[in-house]
Ligand binder design. Structure first.
Ligand SMILES: [Zn+2]
Length: 562
């Protein structure tokens, strides 16, 4: 007999201990990200340790584990799910106090380094936004190279920390009989590693040929633009080549007689005069004089999803000492929810995408049914919330959204519709290839964090999968310059699963509402009821099934690559 009342009582009293610590830890996270001070860093470590201690009692862990193993005897599916979530949370924090503490310290240290580090270009400390600016617009190859190298310079500062973290994480995993931290993380995230392998392999195959063709076109264009016979990573507009919107947008139109020359599409021959300027498309142009915050509000208003309260608590603009990235954070789980977004908004396409993305996380967080039990008052899964965020962020280059919501005049969009679709397709291809690099690299990192050839392993993958040339004699820890490797380990596949889910969900939504989802309050209501509201009461697979009427089917995403 499974002791239902005992479980319920345990959960009730555990929640009381958990809630204040969880809230304090999120507050500390926010404070560190918005100030970057040593005090905030110490506070984050302190609350992190306090959080870990909640799960330190071995007797309690064994008790919860026993309930977890016998969970199928529970009549209530709501209670069963709570037991599952509780067990995974406990399991995620098992380990000796010393190792756990060291991990907290190293993570906080790495966090502060990423926040405070500024690469140096032309003798001056430069923000990530400024580096991105150089890679977007400079014609000066030497300056670009300097900016690209600066974008990697944080790698040396954190390399040792990342290796030590990988070690310690592996120690915890092996004490629980997992092969390594990678295997343990997937298991605790309820992701089947064989299935994930299959999905990744299939995506690798589906993107191989179209990506090769795309890269060849980009190379021809960049060779001519920079007068080089070898395109190097700094000729690309994204420091990791994880996006190619700018490069793809800059490609001359087929038949324009521009840089790419001999491009297919004879029918387009008359659109632009031969020998005319290479007429690429400047995506940033759409946002130069726009209020991105207002566009975000309007987008969510159209869906009937209120974000004014989130905006009011957010920190959206650049400032010294502040985290240079973007994220959404929910502080505590009491209703009305306290949801905040951090960003460093500029008037360009990148930040439009990012704002819509982060507020996608925010509307999910703030619309979770508050009458759910505490443990289920959260997202179903990281990949579920990424799906919403990616679907929303993708609107920034959607021709329909640009016209109806962003108010780009029809004549400005005239003739660019097809072009915009090509750009987002190219961007998805590029993203998948990049995600494959991260996936394979992290697996190898956790197999052996001590291996001496991590630097060259990284470049082997980049060359093979992204077809990006390795700079001659480059032997730098460029992998450590990617924040996720240190601070969001074993996370990247969730973006991939998020993309797959987003494609399937958008298609389903538009079938339901019979038009663009972003113009429909019904779509917003549907999302509230089918995705946000139920919170974590089901696992991610069931969430996909509930939201789209079928299990995750990668074919919908692959279709968007054609
Ligand atoms: Zn996200």
């Amino acid at each position: 007999m499974i002791p239902t009342t005992e479980i319920e009582n345990f959960i009730a009293s555990f929640e009381e201990r958990l809630a204040p610590v969880e809230k304090a830890s999120s507050e500390a996270w926010w404070r560190l990200a918005t100030t970057g001070t040593g005090e905030a860093q110490r506070e984050l470590v302190r609350t992190g340790m306090e959080y870990n201690r909640l799960f330190a009692d071995k007797g309690e862990y064994e008790l919860v584990k026993g309930w977890y193993e016998g969970r199928w005897d529970l009549e209530s599916s709501l209670l069963r799910r709570q037991v599952e979530v509780l067990y995974k949370t406990f399991a995620d924090r098992q380990g000796d106090e010393e190792t756990l503490k060291r991990i907290e310290e190293l993570e906080a240290e790495a966090n502060a380094i990423y926040s405070n580090h500024r690469g140096v270009v032309a003798g001056r400390e430069t923000s990530e936004n400024e580096l991105r600016e150089v890679l977007h617009s400079s014609d000066d190859s030497a300056l670009r190279r300097e900016a690209w190298e600066a974008s990697k310079s944080v790698g040396r500062k954190v390399e040792g920390i990342v290796r030590e973290l990988a070690h310690l994480r592996n120690r915890l995993a092996r004490n629980m009989d997992y092969k390594d931290h990678y295997a343990r993380s997937l298991d605790l995230q309820e992701i089947d590693s064989a299935e994930l392998d299959r999905i990744m392999d299939n995506l690798g195959e589906a993107t191989g040929e179209p990506f090769r063709k795309l890269k060849a076109r980009l190379d021809v264009d960049l060779e001519s633009k920079f007068g080089t016979d070898q395109v190097m990573p700094w000729h690309l507009s994204d420091p990791f080549f994880q996006s190619c919107k700018h490069d793809a947008a800059a490609l001359p139109l087929p038949g324009s007689g521009g840089r790419a020359g001999g491009a297919p599409g004879a029918g387009d021959g008359g659109l632009v005069e031969d020998g005319g300027a290479a007429t690429g498309l400047d995506l940033d142009r759409f946002f130069e004089i726009k209020d991105l915050e207002a566009l975000t509000r309007k987008t969510y208003d159209n869906l009937g999803l209120e974000v004014r309260d989130v905006i009011a608590r957010s920190d959206l603009y650049e400032r010294a000492g502040k985290d240079q990235h973007a994220f959404c954070l929910r502080v505590g789980r009491s209703y009305p929810y306290d949801v905040r977004v951090l960003a460093n908004v500029r008037h360009d396409s990148y930040w439009m995408d990012t704002l819509l993305h982060e507020f996608g996380h925010a509307v999910y967080d703030k619309n979770i049914n508050p009458s759910l039990p505490y443990l289920l008052r959260t997202i179903a899964h990281i990949n579920s919330t990424e799906a919403i965020a990616l679907m929303m962020g993708g609107l920034a280059d959607d021709p329909g959204w640009l016209s109806s919501v962003a108010g780009v005049p029809k004549d400005e969009l005239e003739g660019t519709r097809e072009r915009l679709l090509q750009i987002s397709r190219a961007d998805r291809l590029v993203f998948v290839r990049w995600a494959l690099v991260m996936y394979h690299f992290e697996k190898s990192l956790y197999e052996d964090p001590d291996r001496e050839d991590l630097n060259s392993l990284w470049w082997d993958l980049v060359e093979r999968i992204q077809l990006v040339n390795r700079p001659p004699d480059r032997n730098e820890p460029d992998w450590a310059a990617k924040l996720h490797v240190a601070l969001a380990p074993v996370y990247y596949h969730n973006y991939v699963l998020g993309h797959l889910t987003a494609a399937q969900l958008r298609r389903h939504l538009e079938a339901v509402v019979g038009g663009p989802f972003y113009e429909s309050e019904i779509a917003g209501r549907y999302l509230q009821e089918a995705v946000f509201g139920p919170g974590a009461r089901d696992d991610w697979r069931t969430t996909v099934l509930r939201a789209t009427g079928e299990e995750l089917n990668p074919a919908y995403f692959v279709e968007t690559l054609q």
